[in-house]
Design a protein around this ligand. Sequence first.
Ligand code: PMP
Length: 396
Amino acid sequence: MPNQNLQEFLLGHLNELRKQGLYNEIDVVKSPNGPIIELEGKKLINLSSNNYLGLATDERLKEAAIEAIREWGVGAGAVRTINGTLSVHIQLEDRIAEFKGTEAAIAYQSGFNCNMAAISAVLDQHDAILSDELNHASIIDGCRLSKARIIRVKHSDMIDLRRKAQEAKESHQFNKIMVITDGVFSMDGDMAKLPEIIEIAEKYDLITYVDDAHGSGVLGAGAGTVKHFGLQDKVDFQIGTLSKAIGVVGGYVAGKKELIDWLKVRSRPFLFSTAISPADAAAATKAIELLMKNKELNERLWANSDYFKKGLKDLGFDIGMSETPITPCVIGDENKTQQFSKRLYEEGVYAKAIVFPTVPKGTGRVRNMPTAAHTQALLDQAIAIYAKVGKELGII
Ligand code: PMP
């Protein structure tokens, strides 16, 4: 018999969500997650994946994964600290360190896991964190897990950060203070103001932590936001994911050798959760090798995203403060945003509506992710559909 209390709780809340139109039905994609995807028997131009460079379906990565399965099997067999560290994991970590320009790196099972692992491995209740209010959910959860005092900073507001850093430092209440930011903010596509953050960090002796999930493979000719600003020696924690531009799955911290050594003995997902599969490690290693050797995919990503953004801007759409391929199309009203996304779908474009509570009320948007794998013809087709639906709904 299922627990009756639990059943009532679940049914009550699910019904409430459905009534408010807030229950997110999961779309099931019937094709690889490339520039065109298939859903409900319909082929759609895909503008919603994080597969920035098209590597998720790249033949060279697929070959690397298949070879790794032949050699190593499908599972790592244990956590990293028992005997789940295979040489494919070490190769991956060496490549990540090279890619990021750091002494060492450690791989985790996901970017989300990585933030849960890294923050709580170095901070505790005697410490403080200055955290941008738009930081990713995994950073928020990682901060909470550490039990450190969380001081929210207004989004990219350097006056607020400076004031709060000074107050925290001069209160003498904390052993350590960390400043944490996304490298690129995922809902608006704006970059962190890293040069100013680093200047403030140096002045108030802050540990620096940059989660570059959306910057790696994208900014700094692929090496990320920290490289884009030339600050590799100034950031203590460079976090990344292997699931977006790299096209596979997994997360990592890159930094000084002592930091990585510490994470290997103290970060709980490394100690208590099985290592990523040999196929994932080998495919991600191959992706990083390709990115280091060849800038063509990165250049194509930027050419496509500049082209697409210009197309939407010329039509009169508001693309907010985007400085990267993440291209929001800000509509405002939540219902209109949902309606817009639905009409795009009917016309052949898959671009998800993002509304409250994921973004503040009244800032609903359809978020677009042009990638290196889109052809110009596909982008032209998408722009024409945006024009048609935008006019139809009175948005442009
Ligand atoms: N950090 C940021 C900033 C992200 O945008 C994401 C992905 N949504 C993650 C971490 C989580 O990465 P992963 O999907 O690899 O768990």
